[in-house]
Structures are given as C-alpha cells and as structure tokens.
Design a protein. Structure first.
Lengths: 237, 122
C-alpha cells in the first residue's frame, strides 16, 4: 500500500485549521503541524476511502479533549526556559568578558564621579529642576529612544513568537532589583574611608543595568534570529 | 472498559508507564539515532503491538524536559513541505540512557518480585 503524502494545498489547509483552534503563532503552528499531518497521512493510508476532511476530524479527535493545547503549552514552557537560560548565559559571559570589563568599569566610574559632582554642587535632590536632574532625564530619554530604534517594527513584534516570549521575560528584572536595593541607600550621608557608599551603590546598580542591557540585547537578537528561521520554514512549508 | 485494553488509554493514564516515559524515549533514540515526535508514538505502538500508546500530552512535555536537561538536542528540517523537528541524543544523553535503562530494569524486576511474592503468599 502506497503511503499517502499531503500536498501543498492540504498542508496550507491544515495551517488554517490549526489557526481556527486558537493557535495563531507561526512557531506553535509549525510545532503542531508535522505531528498532525503525519497522523492524517497514516489515517488516509490505512483507510484509502476516507476523505481528507474526515481524516482531519479523526486525527483531531485522537488528540483528546485538550486538543493541541498540551503541545502548545509544553512548547511555550520550554521556549521561556530556553530564553531565560540564554539570558543568564549572556549575563555571565558579559561579566566575565575581557571585551566588556573595561566598558563596565568606565560606566561605574562615570556614575560615581557624576554622583560626587552632584553632591559637591548641592544637586542631591533630583526631583528639583537642576543640571543633574536634567542630565538624568536626558539620559533616560536617550536610552528609551535608542531602545525604541533598535527594537524591530510593530508588525514583526506582533507576529514574532520568540521575541514576545523573550522580551516579556527579561524586562522587569532591573526595576525589581532597584526597588529592592539601592534606592534606599541613595539618601545616606555616610562615608567609608574616602568612598561614598551612596555613590558606590549607584555605580554598581548602573553597571548591573549595563550588563542587563547587553545580555537582554543578545537574548532578543537570538529570539529575532529564531523568529526569522520560523518564518522561513512557515513560508516554504 | 468499552473493549479497550486499559494500557491503550494512553501513558498518562498509567502511572507506572508515565514514570518510565523518559527512559523509553532515550532507548528509542539510542536504537534509531534520530526520530521525530510522531515517529516515536508510532514506534511504541508497533513495538508493543498496539498494547501501549504515548499521547501527545505526555510525549511533548517529556521531550522538552529532556532537551532542557541537555539529554537531547533538536534539528529542524523541511520535510514534505513542513517543518520536522528531529531529536537526537547528546553525549550526556548517551551516558544517562544506560543509567536510566538499568534503573528502570531494576525497578521492574523488583515490582515483578513483589507481585510474584504476593501471589505465592496468597
């Protein structure tokens, strides 16, 4: 008995069928598609008189009450863990990289010096309008603009499954650490030898932010590459 | 049971088999080199003459867990107009397969002994 092979039109019909079940991300559709198509091919091989559409119904029922959901959930869970691991691996690589250590030291030194300058010029209270607060506002705005410019377009973001997963996972980390830690120390007036603990804490925090940005950038870059690969498979499939 | 063999209800229905799923996957890959998801479910049905089946709900989480643990790696290829994900054993996976299979065999032997002992005393 010749094994039935689904043609391009039938494969496209299956993609649309999976979409009607609530799975719109191309990565998820591809994860389900091959298993589903193999099942239909086997049913049509074993029951040659059965139509393609009846084989779809039979194959769909064999997935059980939950349908494609277990495959989708397992895939999402694994993808989230994958990007978390990629992020932490990039974080460690950045901290231990000879390429980045001078940059990180420079960031730390610049922030420390800036804080000392602010203190000497009585600009400690950032809420008031002064040179320091303006500089910080300008820095934050520039950082935000750079991030916006570097992130992919809206259309890509909407349909990119891995990018969405990776960005939702890594973005909250610095805010949590900031709230939990250094912001309480900024208003301390203590000195330890010639160092200002408040300035050191702020410098360390900004170094952490720099490491986070580099690790996040590399993680999102990997997610974009994975999304592009999925799109290649989706279009050729 | 509506004429269906209890074990055929799927692996997640049978806790003993469910606990052995990762060992079964590793053994299949050890024997066949590389396999894709559906091929594994088919192989299990064929080897056990349809007495046992792996459902998708049990197979894919187990596969992803093994990938995460570094036992398996995946290669995606375009086959018959669709993406197919092949799973293969990593070096770590090859080593651990032997350990897992031995552990499973020991456990099954122990269960067998217990069951026989119950019969003898009964």
């Amino acid at each position: 008995m010749d094994k039935v092979k689904l043609n391009e039109e039938q494969i496209n019909h299956l993609k649309e069928f999976i979409k009607t079940k609530g799975f719109h991300d191309h990565a998820v559709i591809l994860e389900i598609l091959d298993h589903f198509a193999c099942k239909i091919e086997d049913i049509m091989t074993n029951e040659p008189k059965m139509s393609f559409y009846d084989a779809i119904t039979k194959a769909r029922l064999s997935f059980g009450v939950m349908g494609f959901q277990p495959i989708s959930s397992a895939f999402e869970k694994q993808s989230r863990k994958k990007y978390r691991n990629v992020y932490f691996s990039n974080f460690i690589k950045t901290v231990s990289s000879i390429k980045y250590i001078p940059l990180l030291l420079l960031v730390g030194y610049a922030i420390y010096t800036f804080w000392i300058f602010c203190e000497k010029n009585n600009y400690k209270h950032f809420i008031e309008i002064n040179d320091c607060s303006l500089f910080i506002a300008l820095f934050l705005l520039t950082a935000f603009a750079v991030k916006l410019m570097m992130s992919p377009g809206r259309t890509f973001r909407q349909k990119s499954y891995f990018f969405k997963l990776a960005s939702s996972m890594v973005s909250f980390l610095p805010f949590f650490i900031y709230i939990a830690g250094p912001n309480r120390l900024l208003f301390s007036d203590t000195h330890v030898h010639s160092l200002r603990p408040a300035a050191v804490t702020l410098a360390v925090f900004f170094v952490y932010i720099a490491i986070h940005i580099i690790a996040e950038y590399k993680t999102l870059k990997k997610a974009i590459e994975d999304d592009k690969e999925i799109e290649r498979f989706y279009k050729t499939a | 049971m509506l004429g269906i063999h209890p074990i055929y209800l799927g692996m997640e229905q049978n806790p003993v088999i469910k606990g052995s799923l990762s060992a079964i996957i590793l053994k299949l890959l050890e024997n066949n080199g590389r396999m894709y998801g559906y091929e594994m479910t088919k192989a299990v049905r064929e080897i056990t003459s349809n007495k046992m089946s792996i459902t998708e709900a049990a197979l894919y989480p187990a596969l992803h867990k093994l990938v995460e643990e570094g036992m398996l790696e995946t290669i995606s290829e375009s086959v018959d107009g669709r993406m197919r994900k092949y799973y293969t054993l990593t070096k770590k996976g090859k080593k651990d397969t032997i350990v897992k299979i031995d552990a499973l065999k020991d456990a099954l032997e122990s269960v067998q002994l217990l069951l026989n002992s119950k019969l003898n005393h009964g």
